[in-house]
Write a protein that binds this ligand. Structure first.
Ligand code: HEM
Length: 271
């Protein structure tokens, strides 16, 4: 209820906290359903399994949010709304920093505690995270070999990944913006030359320069996560192979140097 002074307060005869008679906090957020989804499997129970499940589920919620933000940033670039794309990428960066630091929480688990329940996970693995791969595809690293390697995909998941492979990536949208400004983008060397032009003439192209820097930060954050994740993996399981069947840390080390936007990194050489 709003008072004449514009302040809101409880309706007459009701106490603070009783306003949610129709829609409740737990109802709106579907908390009974959400909090019923953490189901440890180990027998006998292992104390740290709840933490392991919670951290992974929190990642998937943030991945969903990131796909929402990055998809909208891509669409904003396609609509030449560079200001909007920058705002959304800025939000994505903050979430990505959170995702890197969230690894600290899981690292409070000792390798011995992890071993109490690790066996019940196999052959499940973060490698099978569909949203993680969607994020890579949407960012521009479209590697369709992952589709063949995901044997347990549902039809809906496979369709989502195929859609991500088919639709424009963030990089495609950025290139479209350059083209719209009359900059040459037909081949990689032309894109690089256009990026140099943008960097040297910020008076004319500052929004494109800032956007390129935002994409680079997104790329850098993804790399930081991969580096941080493999460090944690080595701390937890050393050089043992992964529950997903890979070589474990050696596989993950090979993925650390992946770059979504190699030309943005190469640009530095030419400045
Ligand atoms: C004790 C903690 C963890 C361990 C020991 C671990 C271990 C591994 C290993 C060994 C792999 C390689 C694939 C395999 O053979 O399984 C992998 C991949 C992966 N993990 Fe983890 N992981 C842990 C936590 C996490 C968390 C919290 C996430 C968050 C979602 C995550 C996401 C991923 C992803 C997305 C991949 C695929 C990476 C790629 O293909 O580049 N992992 N993990």
């Amino acid at each position: 209820m709003t008072t004449p002074a514009g302040r809101s307060g409880p309706a007459p005869g009701r106490h603070f906290g009783e306003e949610g008679g129709l829609l409740t906090y737990g109802g709106y957020l579907r908390l009974p359903e959400l909090l019923a989804q953490q189901v440890p499997q180990a027998d006998p129970p292992a104390h740290d399994e709840l933490l392991f499940i919670t951290v992974h589920q929190a990642y998937e919620l943030w991945f969903q949010q990131l796909l929402h933000e990055l998809g909208a940033a891509r669409d904003a670039m396609a609509a030449a709304q560079t200001w909007r794309a920058r705002q959304l990428l800025g939000r994505a960066h903050v979430i990505e920093r959170l995702l890197v630091s969230q690894i600290d929480v899981l690292e409070t688990m000792t390798p011995q505690d992890f071993l109490e329940f690790r066996a019940v996970l196999a052959p499940a693995s973060g490698f099978q995270s569909v949203q993680f791969r969607e994020l890579e595809f949407l960012s521009g690293a479209k590697d369709e070999r992952f589709l063949a390697r995901f044997r347990a995909l549902t039809d809906a998941e496979r369709a989502r990944l195929a859609q991500r492979l088919a639709e424009p990536s963030l990089w495609d949208a950025f290139i479209g913006l350059l083209r719209g400004r009359g900059l040459r983008v037909e081949a990689a060397d032309q894109v690089l030359a256009s990026l140099v032009t943008i960097a040297r003439d910020r008076a004319s192209h500052d929004d494109l320069w800032q956007l390129a820097e935002d994409l680079l930060t997104h790329d850098e954050m993804a790399g930081l996560w991969r580096a941080r994740h493999v460090q944690m993996v080595e701390r937890q399981i050393g050089t043992k192979s992964g529950t997903g069947g890979s070589t474990g840390a050696p596989y993950l080390h090979k993925r650390v140097p992946l770059r979504y936007y190699p030309l943005l990194w190469e640009l530095r050489d030419w400045l």
